[in-house]
Design a binder for this molecule. Structure first.
Ligand SMILES: Cc1cc2nc3c(=O)[nH]c(=O)nc-3n(C[C@H](O)[C@H](O)[C@H](O)COP(=O)(O)OP(=O)(O)OC[C@H]3O[C@@H](n4cnc5c(N)ncnc54)[C@H](O)[C@@H]3O)c2cc1C
Length: 283
């Protein structure tokens, strides 16, 4: 079968192509996840739309108390951004743990989220930060919380005619801290288990906590019971963290047992909550 190839220069041109070819089209950004699927013929699109020439798609800016990142911004651009390092240093840090410099030079934040690999590093940390995504099509543009954008294993709310344009991260005005940790075979590998926490504190301890466990289930999962237990803690300095969660969410992993995933997740959860809390105190 012939494959037709396109290099749109604007989001509008890309959306027009998606609208025309729908399920017969596939977007490619950095290719770091898609090339493997194309090579293995798991995905065989009739129309391949390369987004790399959409210059308006790669940017990082602060606007109205939020950080806005274009979907085509590479991992490396975010890792090295002085603005991200100043506003969200722990978020910038996460990128240095993604693959190698070569992978980070190609891979994009939009591609990472649209691929929706449960072992990916970006969704958990962006979820605790309360990030939203802007989804566009030929004639529409909508924002939605990242939490509802991700729907399952390699699944999102994106329809055939839609694409990701922007990731929006609210910047907290409170004393706050965040942390992310993953367990992987080697540094830079995909996670076997991961955890992210974001904590805001006031004079009476923790006022808001968001906690996500990643890479154990079909998608990153918020632990709302644990978040509630953390509320009000820490006014006397100590936290009591009991990071247990429903083990039935843990998926099979060819590399490690479900028991190992559970135990290591609990260690990571304890670590990130404690670190986020310490960082909030120092903020
Ligand atoms: C060796 C290696 C190690 C890696 N290690 C890690 C790691 O430790 N942690 C981690 O999180 N990731 C890791 N990755 C994945 C990497 O982060 C990828 O870059 C990312 O998952 C996909 O981004 P991409 O731009 O390359 O997307 P692509 O591979 O081009 O596309 C991926 C999917 O997203 C869709 N897509 C791309 N852009 C858009 C858009 N703007 N709107 C809608 N759909 C879009 C494509 O159609 C495709 O379905 C690794 C990859 C490799 C090859």
């Amino acid at each position: 079968m012939n494959m037709f190839y396109y290099e749109p220069k604007t989001f509008q041109e890309a959306c027009d192509l998606l609208n025309k070819y729908q399920d017969d089209a596939k977007l490619i950004a950095g290719g770091q996840s898609l090339m493997i699927l194309l090579r293995q013929k798991v995905v065989v699109p009739e129309h391949l739309i390369n987004l790399k020439n959409i210059k308006e798609g790669a940017y990082i800016k602060e606007e109205g108390g939020e950080l806005k990142i274009g979907a085509l911004t590479t991992h490396r651009q975010i890792e090295k951004s002085p603005l991200v390092r100043e506003k969200l240093p722990a978020f910038a840090e996460v990128f240095s743990g993604i693959g190698s410099v070569q992978v980070r030079n190609w891979g994009t934040i939009g591609g990472n989220l649209a691929h929706s690999d449960p072992a990916g590093d970006l969704a958990p940390i962006l979820m605790v930060l309360g990030a939203r995504v802007r989804v566009i099509s030929k004639s529409n543009s909508n924002e939605m919380p990242l939490e509802s954008f991700i729907t399952g294993y390699l699944e999102t709310k994106l329809r055939a005619s839609e694409m990701l344009q922007e990731i929006i991260i609210p910047l907290s005005k409170a004393k706050s801290g965040m942390a992310y940790e993953k367990e992987s075979v080697r540094a830079g590998d995909m996670a076997m288990a991961s955890a992210a926490a974001f904590i805001e504190i006031g004079s009476k301890g923790i006022t808001r906590a968001k906690v996500v466990v990643g890479a154990v289930g079909e998608m990153p999962i918020r632990l709302e019971n644990l978040e509630k237990e953390l509320q009000g803690q820490g006014s006397k300095g100590e936290l009591h963290i009991d990071p247990k969660f429903d083990q039935s969410i843990i998926r099979m992993d060819p590399y490690v047992s479900k028991e190992y995933k559970y135990e290591i997740s609990k260690v990571k959860l304890r670590n990130v909550i404690q670190t986020a809390f310490e960082r909030a105190k120092q903020a």
